[in-house]
Design a protein around this ligand. Sequence first.
Ligand code: NAD
Ligand code: 2YG
Ligand code: MG
Length: 262
Amino acid sequence: MALLTPEDLENINKQLQAADSAVRRVTGLDIKGVCKDFYGTTPCCEKVGIVPVTSGNGIIGSFSESLHAIAGYFGFDSFVTDMPDVSGYYEAVRNGAQIILMADDNTFLAHNLKNGKIANNQPCTGIIYAEIASRYLKTDSKDVLAVGLGKVGFPGAAHFVNKGFRVYGYDADRELLDKTVSSLGIIPFDPVNPDNPGKFSIIFEATPCADTIPESVISENCVISTPGIPCAISKELQRKYGVELIMEPLGIGTASMLYSVL
Ligand code: NAD
Ligand code: 2YG
Ligand code: MG
């Protein structure tokens, strides 16, 4: 799995503010508003304990601090434990955490100790980026292009299907694409011959690669909702087509996790 770097997380508050403005332009609501409306939950007084984890590739500089900033941004009272790992978990619970946030290289979870709800970052991220794009105010189109159908992309594509969208899907892994086509009933998309079905006003991307969206499918003022890092399209294409880009490295997915466990 592609891991976040401290560079991805630089100026996380600014990145969140920019993402909030984009989400507002696309949906009429800010990130918090979409989460509240989608999950039907509102934070009240839940204390969030953030536990740094040293296993595998170890602590990512500013990961825990970024989660602290993100939790605060969305109105949650949070703290980062002094100790990592099991000692940190113990410290978080002893200090009154109701929700635990922690991540190793494979799993980033939110666990609400009071109601037992648990969330995984990958599906929560895919679903909320799909939900945001599905609310695009400037189109009535029910067609979506989904590029990247892995642990984030699959739940995102499934969310569009559940909401009644016609989903065209592509993944570089042919076997995964075939499996997803049959399990979700989506339409396979061929980026080498993208003439049919033409251009999209809603595109969802979740790959760890750059430049994954062919220019020929990008329509004027389309929304590209992409948790995938690095960005799916160049700055030039973004400008050329007036693309409304929803892309942020950690906060939108974390908000989705937190609201889902309330
Ligand atoms: P994954 O490995 O499970 O899935 C990625 C998929 O992309 C794979 O199926 C792979 O075959 C496919 N792929 C790779 N190159 C491709 C290409 N050029 N065209 C089409 N498909 C291609 O990974 P994941 O856990 O789903 O994560 C996807 C991306 O999302 C990563 O960059 C990850 O860091 C990022 N991510 C971001 C957030 C966020 O909050 N922004 C949260 C979680 C993950
Ligand atoms: O506690 C720490 O500092 C580390 N153990 C955190 C490790 C997180 C690893 N996961 C990732 O980098 C991401 N692919 C998942 C994070 C979601 C947002 N992109
Ligand atoms: Mg995110």
